[in-house]
Design a protein around this ligand. Structure first.
Ligand code: MF3
Ligand code: CO
Length: 251
């Protein structure tokens, strides 16, 4: 079932979304060579709880940490641990927060020190994929229009679009209908309606689109070990431009 959010629901989701955004902003100040991914997790959890929210991911289907930290060839769902960030790494940080009955969910990919130009470009284009996609996150379009825009833009740069993991509806549950793939066909899929809330989250690989899951049961990595980037925001479909709930500052 696709839930349509009321104005009151959306204000609650905005609160959750702002906490997610602020957590990611905090992460951007902490990521540097020598920092471990579990230190990022600890600081994120502390911040989310300090704002009266709960980390959405903690204990979700048994997930053991509060955020996901996916380094280099890790696509998503990397589990924070003793790994120390080093110069030249990229790290995708995915954050969810739950407060007043609603979730917010967003991800950013950060550069650590001197990252090769072709990897910097991947990170930049992945963010651009999100903005290409949400040109169609409007009444009058369908889910397939968003996915098609993301896929076309990524593939025009020669990148691989991950198929196994997709965006999603969001609200009282972190994962609601509809599915929001990063690929698709124009004019296909669910019609977008005012009050739908979705998380659009391109996961884009420098090389092959193919991925594996590690034996930890969570971490998704590229099959060719080339880097992957992730960029996600939670948004509301409105009468006009989509309202981003996890991105209020900066465009
Ligand atoms: N943002 C991710 C998603 O949409 C995070 C889920 S991680 C999990 O699926 F641990 F909570 F599963
Ligand atoms: Co998500």
């Amino acid at each position: 079932m696709i839930t349509i959010k009321s104005a009151a629901d959306i204000e609650k989701m905005d609160v959750a979304g702002r906490i997610v955004e602020e957590t990611l902003n905090l992460m951007s100040t902490l990521v540097r060579p020598g920092v471990t991914t579990e230190e990022l997790d600890r600081e994120a959890e502390r911040f989310i709880r300090s704002r009266g929210a709960v980390p959405s991911f903690l204990n979700y289907s048994g997930y053991p940490k509060s955020i996901c930290t996916s380094v280099n060839e890790q696509v998503v769902h990397g589990i924070p641990g003793s790994y120390k960030l080093k110069d030249g790494d990229i790290i995708s940080v995915d954050v969810g927060a739950y407060i007043n009955g609603f979730h917010g969910d967003a991800a950013r990919t950060f550069l650590i020190g001197n990252v090769p130009d072709e990897v910097k470009e991947l990170v930049k284009v992945t963010k651009e994929c999100f903005f290409e996609g949400i040109k169609f996150a409007k009444v009058g379009y369908r889910i397939g229009d968003i996915g098609h825009a993301i896929q076309s833009y990524a593939e025009s740069h020669g990148y691989g679009v991950v198929r196994e993991l997709i965006g999603h509806g969001i609200g009282r549950e972190m994962h609601e209908e509809p599915d929001v793939p990063n690929y698709g066909r124009p004019g296909r899929g669910v019609r977008l309606e005012k009050g739908m809330c979705i998380a659009v989250e391109p996961m884009i690989n420098l090389g092959t689109e193919k991925v594996w899951q590690l034996s930890d049961g969570w971490t998704i990595v590229t099959q060719d070990d080339k880097p992957s980037a992730h960029y996600e925001n939670t948004l509301v479909i409105t009468d006009g431009e989509p309202r981003l709930l996890t991105l209020h500052e900066e465009g």
